[in-house]
Design a protein around this ligand. Structure first.
Ligand code: ADP
Length: 458
């Protein structure tokens, strides 16, 4: 990445430098050309005025040549050199394109690229006005070495090269610092993902970052936290279940051992077998819970047109003996028959679970424990409310009670809880309700009781 940035910087700077240097050189040559044309015109004027005093004219040309740092020749109309500030071409005939052009009245300049130097050669005509007529009497030719400009360009090139190198180093350093800062949170994230995949659930990234990366870090931390909670719940669940299974298994083992050790009468056998039956019954219930828990997501509904009143009646009838046994009274207020499409058995399971909880979490300190169940139409909905005056649920736990394996009354071990449960009932309830596209909510306060409300769109 850094190499690509550097290459782009070098390329951009090179193109920029080439453009600047070319522009600089062209402007300098153009300025020189203008200056030399001015000198050539002045020399032409001086020659014209001193045509009879060739010695003075030569002196003047030498002085202008020195000033302009160039060779100046003055030629007559036959292309013969009359004045040369370097003296070597006097009386020679020169026939180049600049002179030829000047002698036809047109000034001309050409830049010659010789072996190791560039020469700008230009020529202007010397004209004389006589009796209203203009006559070309010769030409001024100036040759100037452009090496000074090339030297300037070279030194500019060196300066630019130095600037380019410094800029490149600074850019590289800045790129390294910025890239490092940008990629740091991403490297932290990679490290975090590696940690999670190696089993360190709950690992959280401490670094704060802004923008999308910051959001990603927050999401990662939340995910890690949730995974950790799920894992803890899973361990807790397995721990509880193992404990629950171990107790009846140990009892059964002890009962069978005692039966085989002594000669018992039939009455003792019957009693022991009854105990063994109760223990296996407990185990069966537990295994059923486990299976429900595992199969929660796979619930398939058998939907039919059903009477909600009838479903409520059936459920209440089924659970009343258990409620009576625990001194809890159930009242059912159902004003009208409401038909809805639902899976009858699943809805019975929901109602059974909710009423079972209302009995299970009754408040033994209260004289009268009651459950009031109502079914009524409200706007375009059917509302089923199951209200109890049990122990209630602390507000801080309300939003968690529908989560799998969540129990408010969790003790360090399951056996330390007097009310048995696996924290699955309400998860099953919510799952079935949501599969029907119905809604369930709970209101509760500690020691006062709870109301579970199911709303059914009609
Ligand atoms: P379980 O009853 O097996 O623990 P549930 O999923 O049925 O599991 O209930 C989750 C938790 O919600 C229970 O542990 C209990 O603390 C609380 N709860 C549910 N229903 C009631 C209720 N009617 N009154 C008080 N607490 C309740």
């Amino acid at each position: 990445m850094i190499i690509i940035y550097s290459l782009i910087t070098i390329l951009a700077f090179s193109v920029f430098s080439i453009l600047i240097l070319n522009n600089y050189k062209t402007t300098q040559i153009r300025n020189n050309e203008i200056r030399l044309f001015q000198t050539a015109n002045i020399v032409a004027e001086v020659y014209k005025k001193n045509i009879d005093d060739i010695i003075f004219a030569r002196m003047m040309v030498r002085s202008y040549g020195k000033q302009a740092n160039s060779r100046i020749l003055v030629l007559n109309s036959n292309q013969k050199v009359l004045i040369d500030n370097y003296h070597s071409y006097i009386n020679d005939t020169i026939n180049n394109q600049e002179i030829k052009s000047s002698l036809t009245g047109k000034s001309k300049s050409t830049l010659y690229d010789l072996k190791n130097k560039e020469v700008l050669q230009l020529s202007v005509p010397i004209t004389l006005n006589e009796a209203g007529e203009t006559r070309i009497i010769g030409a001024v030719l100036i040759s100037a070495d452009m090496n000074l400009i090339n030297r300037n360009v070279k030194s500019l090139k060196n300066d630019m090269f130095k600037i380019a190198c410094s800029a490149l180093i600074i850019t590289l350093l800045l790129t390294i610092v910025v890239t490092n800062n940008l990629t740091k949170p991403l490297r932290d994230l990679t490290y975090g993902v590696e940690k999670i995949s190696s089993g360190d659930l709950g690992y959280s990234i401490k670094r704060k970052a802004k923008g999308e990366v910051g959001k990603l870090i927050n999401t990662f931390n939340n995910m890690s936290n949730t995974l950790n909670k799920v894992e803890k719940n899973r361990k807790n669940f397995i721990n509880n279940i193992s404990h629950e299974l171990k107790t009846p298994l140990t009892s059964i083992k002890v009962l069978i051992e005692s039966l085989t050790m002594a000669d018992n009468n039939i009455k003792t056998y019957k009693e022991y077998l009854k105990d063994i039956y109760n223990e296996t019954d407990r185990m069966e219930k537990l295994v059923n819970y486990l299976m429900t828990s595992i199969k929660l997501e796979d619930i398939v509904l058998d939907m039919n047109e059903e009477d909600l009143n009838e479903i409520l009646d059936d459920t209440v009838k089924l659970i009343t003996p258990y409620a009576k046994k625990n001194d809890v009274s159930i009242t059912l207020v159902n004003t009208e028959n409401i038909n809805v499409r639902c899976d009858k058995d699943r809805i019975k399971e929901v109602l059974f679970n909710l009423i079972d909880n209302a009995i299970k979490y009754r408040d033994d300190k209260k004289a009268n424990n009651y459950i009031s169940i109502t079914l009524k139409k409200y706007q375009n909905k059917a509302i089923i409310a199951i209200e109890d005056n049990g122990i209630g649920i602390d507000e801080k736990n309300l939003e968690d009670i529908f989560k799998r394996n969540f129990r408010v009354l969790e003790g360090p071990t399951q056996s330390q809880n007097k009310i048995k449960g696996y924290g699955i009932g309400l998860t099953v309830v919510k799952n079935i309700i949501e599969k029907h596209n119905w809604k369930i909510r709970v209101e509760s306060s500690l020691e006062r009781g709870s109301i579970f409300t199911i709303s059914v769109p009609l």
